[in-house]
Structures are given as C-alpha cells and as structure tokens.
Write a protein that binds this ligand. Structure first.
Ligand code: ES4
Ligand code: ZN
Length: 325
C-alpha cells in the first residue's frame, strides 16, 4: 500500500536489534548443514512450528538453541549482511546492533572470531548500501556477573570497535543493580550505556537502569506507564525508549499491537522509537513494525515523529545525525 511504502522510505535508524534474532529458520538449517551441527528438529516445517511463544523465556529457549549453528567468521558476516540488506530496504540509514558474545563463547567460539565476522558484514553493508552500523556488546543478565566481567576482559583490547554496552535476556529476577560494577567498567572503556528494562520486569527496573547503571536509553521500557512520575522524568531528560511492537505482541507482553502504549508515551513527550528486536522470530523487520502501528490507527505523522526520534536518540555524532534528517 501507499502508506506502507511511505513508512519504508522514511529515513530512520534501528536502535534495538539482536543480530542473532535475524537468523531466519532457512538460514539456521543451512548453517547447521554447512557446519555439521545437529539440531533436534525434523526439517523446516517442524522448526517453523516452534515459533509460538508464551513469554520471553519460551522465545529465548529457541533463540539460544538456534545460535549453536553459528560457528565461523563467514557465518557472522553472512548473518550481518543479510540483516543490513533488509534494513536498507526498510529505509534504515544507521543500525545500532546488539550481539551476545557470552553465548557464542559458551559454544566454544573465540570472541575475536565473532567480532571479526560481524565487522566483515558491516563493511559489506557499507560498501553495498552506504548503511552505517555499530555494535552493542550485550550482557546476558541470567548468566553470573563474573561471566559479564570475563566478557569485558575479552572485549577490552578492541573496545574502540564497540559503540555501547547493553543488558538483555531473562529480565524478571535479574535487576539492573546486579550489574553496577560492570557498567561502571564499560563506561570507563568509553562505551555508551543502554539496558533492556521494563519489558516483562517492573518500572522499578527502569529506574534502576537510570539511577544505578546511568543508561542513556532504555530498551523496551513499556512498563514505564505503571509509573507516571518516571514517564515525566524520562520525557524531561530526553531518554530514548526503543519499543518493539511485534516483539511485545509475539511474547505476549500485550494482547494486541494497539495496546503497546506508543500514543500515550508520545503524548507525554517521551522520545519513543520503533524497532524490530528479533525480526526472524517476531514476524517482521522494522518497516513491518511501523505498518503494524499504522494499522492500529496511529497517524503517519506520529510515525514520522518516531522516525525522527530514532535519529535524535542514536549515538551517531551530530554531523552524522544532521545528514540523516
Ligand atoms: C531479547 Cl525480546 C528480548 N528480550 C530480552 N533479551 C533478548 N535477547 C534477544 N531478544
Ligand atoms: Zn531486545
């Protein structure tokens, strides 16, 4: 439709995207074959039948299982380039991309192999499309804090290749304050600071991410609507919220896309952005998230505001932002 086309061509950034969440089932099976990895699925139809999630954990179980097919530098390069192709088609000028090295390291891979492969894919995307991409080192919060510190040990020699640190995976029971020292150290390495908070967890975790971790953006953050004073504060401070509507729907954070509190947050003056999170699992890349909101009656003018917010909330230098506006 014309609206869908207009939403695809809006200049935008993507600020909440897990590269491992772009692993399409077809590619997962192809890489399993290429790498001699055995998966407990009987072909594509059987694998496809597993994409029904009751909550965050049931998604994470499949997501971590499929990550075991990623073995070589080329695998990571191919995965990154495939994502950047989708992103370019959806009007994305810059992407700030999470990766989960602890999981790959637990699968026996070297941190530097993972980083090299992702950087190869980013270089291919820049050459092919002129798209700008940067990496967010994401800490898996349901692994021990010592594992996060070991991750920083591995990442430190090449810290200048990273944009930011993030915090993801199972949220409830793993409050941000557990990672105070990890974030302090990451800040000392020159990284920007973001964290998932208020997806399944309470608004209190958003407050901790701000006050204890000193994050500059909140990933998801939709539960902030339970705390009106915190909404006002985030609006006043210009903190970006990276909301992911199809993710919230598929993980049953909401029962309908219309109930993702986008309009409420925009009306409160919050710097809301729209993103795809794990598009291979949740039914669409970023433009599909924009159109899903349009289908709820959110005006295209509001979606243009959101695309503008995504440029303001990104960590590109000011001249880079100006070139995207
Ligand atoms: C994630 Cl949707 C979501 N939430 C938390 N952690 C994640 N890792 C990948 N996708
Ligand atoms: Zn996420």
């Amino acid at each position: 439709t014309r609206t869908a086309q207009a939403l695809r061509t809006l200049p935008k950034t993507e600020l909440h995207l897990h590269i491992e969440g772009t692993l399409e089932p077809e590619l997962a099976l192809r890489l399993a074959e290429r790498n001699g990895v055995t998966l407990p699925f009987d072909g594509l139809d059987d694998l496809r039948s597993r994409y029904h999630f009751a909550d965050l954990q049931s998604f994470l179980d499949l997501y971590y299982q499929l990550m075991s097919v990623l073995r070589t530098r080329e695998d990571f390069a191919d995965l990154m380039f495939a994502y950047l192709t989708h992103a370019h088609e959806d009007g994305v000028r810059r992407a700030e991309i999470f990766f989960d090295p602890q999981v790959h390291m637990n699968n026996g891979l070297d941190y530097n192999l993972v980083l090299d492969g992702l950087q190869d894919g980013i270089a291919r995307g820049r050459d092919a499309y002129g798209i700008d991409a940067a990496l967010i080192l994401s800490v898996v919060r349901d692994l021990p804090v010592e594992s996060a510190q070991a991750l920083l040990d591995a990442a430190a020699p090449r810290a200048s290749e990273l944009l930011a640190i993030g915090l993801d995976s199972a949220e409830v029971g793993y409050p941000p304050e557990l990672f105070e020292q990890v974030y302090e150290r990451a800040a000392g390495m020159g990284l920007h600071l973001v964290a998932h908070a208020g997806e399944e967890g309470p608004a209190e975790y958003i407050r901790q991410a701000l006050d204890v971790l000193h994050v500059e953006r909140i990933d998801h953050g939709v539960r902030i609507v339970d705390d009106p004073a915190l909404v006002q504060r985030v609006a006043a401070e210009g903190i970006g919220l990276t909301v992911c509507p199809l993710s919230n729907l598929r993980l049953q954070v909401v029962d309908d896309v219309a109930n993702v509190p986008i309009r409420q947050l925009l009306d409160a003056g919050v710097r809301v952005t729209v993103n795809s999170d794990d598009p291979a699992y949740f039914g669409g890349y970023i433009a599909r998230n924009y159109t899903a909101l349009a289908e709820t009656g959110l005006p295209v003018t509001a979606l243009a505001t959101i695309a503008g917010n995504s440029i303001e909330a990104c960590f590109a230098p000011e001249e880079g932002k100006a070139a995207m506006r």
